[in-house]
Design a binder for this molecule. Structure first.
Ligand SMILES: *Cc1c(COP(=O)(O)O)cnc(C)c1O
Length: 370
């Protein structure tokens, strides 16, 4: 029996979720964010599935050039702009759009001699305080870029939201007000919204929206109370049961003996662990599905294995049966919350050892609200 840790990527779920983003976007155009290897789903796989988007956004040249080489003609935005001066030449050659967030990048463009000017998005720090020019610098920077021969007439404006996943936070409204004031009267299309903005803050839609996580079927919101969106999980991580034992009351399970059997009980060992990207910090009690039925992880996550409490599963369970770690039937957000992380990280950290497969639609349309 081969080791059966698999990530099954549902291409039609990706396409469906793009439709959900489009519906939510109204008149705004949709830039599909496929950075981070398509949030762990595979860069080209995500791009093919999401090719109905109006544009793609990635982090760096290493993610953008393969898209061009695969024939995608969409606008492609480098969300962090050039990392070093020479990159603007490549951006120009591959017709990549750039975010410009710093004075040093403005200088690079002012001094560059480009065969083809770049479409630039001037990034405003409206309150996240990560990347972006301070609001009081925006007008001057806009004028500098507009005057540069390296920048096309399509000079646009971008900002990023820090707390849009928190429906009770006043931060998003403050960021909107800051962005509006810093850019009032400036020409150019605008983009503000990530998935959380798109789903929960209609005023952030502007001319373009930039959904990422929702395209993969998860949301950044507290999974117990998300805004309604009929998303479908795009990645289902599964493996198989490799052994089953009948342990005795008092037996301690796994490294450190952190979980002790309260009674005589059946325990399964499933072939997945942190070496596959399953989070090591997932504690006892983290949900898994065994043959589609909810059960709980017990003891520490090992590199290659986890242990599962089989009490409460009425149907017989056998070696070789399927275990689902997240995906269809078990939202990644819920697993992430147990592990003290977010679905984004779960998706991004699935390792090379896991076999990636594509599924067109094994179970037919199966909308689940997340
Ligand atoms: C990653 C990213 C997004 C997408 O965010 P999600 O929360 O995944 O929707 C949008 N904009 C920028 C600048 C990003 O870095």
């Amino acid at each position: 029996m081969t080791r059966e840790a698999r990530a099954v990527i549902n291409v039609s779920a990706l396409r469906h979720n793009l439709g959900v983003a489009r519906d939510a976007a109204g008149q705004a155009r949709v830039m599909a964010v496929i950075k981070g290897n398509g949030y762990g789903h595979g860069l080209l796989r995500a791009a093919y599935a999401l090719r109905g988007a109006d544009a793609f956004a990635v982090t760096c040249l290493e993610e953008a050039i393969p898209l061009r080489e695969a024939g995608f003609a969409h606008p492609i935005l480098l969300l962090e702009g050039p990392y070093e001066p020479g990159e603007v030449q490549l951006a120009s050659r591959y017709r990549l759009d750039v975010v410009i967030h710093s004075d040093w990048q403005i200088s690079v463009l002012q001094n560059a001699r480009l065969a083809r000017p770049l479409n630039a998005w001037l990034k405003v720090d409206s309150g996240m305080h990560r990347l972006g020019l301070p609001p009081e610098r925006v007008r001057e920077a806009h004028a500098q870029l507009a005057a540069s021969a390296s920048v096309s007439p399509h000079l646009r404006l971008i900002t990023h939201l820090a707390e849009a996943d928190d429906l009770d936070s006043g931060k998003t409204d403050r960021q909107l007000a800051c962005f509006d004031e810093a850019t009032s009267g400036l020409r150019g299309e605008r983009t503000i919204a990530n998935s959380a903005g798109l789903l929960a803050w209609p005023r952030t839609r502007a001319d373009w929206v930039r959904p990422g996580i929702m395209l993969y079927g998860a949301t950044p919101f507290d999974h117990r109370n998300p805004p309604h969106a009929p998303l479908r999980p795009a990645m289902t991580l599964t493996t198989r049961i490799h052994a089953i034992y009948q342990h005795r009351s008092g037996d301690a399970i796994g490294y450190g003996g952190t979980w002790v059997c309260p009674e005589d009980m059946p325990v399964a060992v499933a072939a997945i662990g942190y070496g596959d990207g399953y989070p090591r910090h997932a504690p006892s009690g983290t949900p898994v599905l065994v043959n589609g039925v909810r059960a709980q992880l017990i003891g520490r996550v090992s590199m290659d294995m986890i242990c599962i409490d089989l009490r409460g599963i009425d149907e017989p369970v056998e070696v070789g049966d399927e275990v689902t770690l997240w995906g269809e039937g078990l939202p990644a957000e819920e697993v992430a919350e147990h592990a003290g992380t977010i679905a984004y990280e779960l998706f991004c950290t699935v390792t090379q050892r896991v076999r990636f497969l594509e599924e067109r639609d094994r179970h037919g349309p199966h909308p689940h609200s997340v």
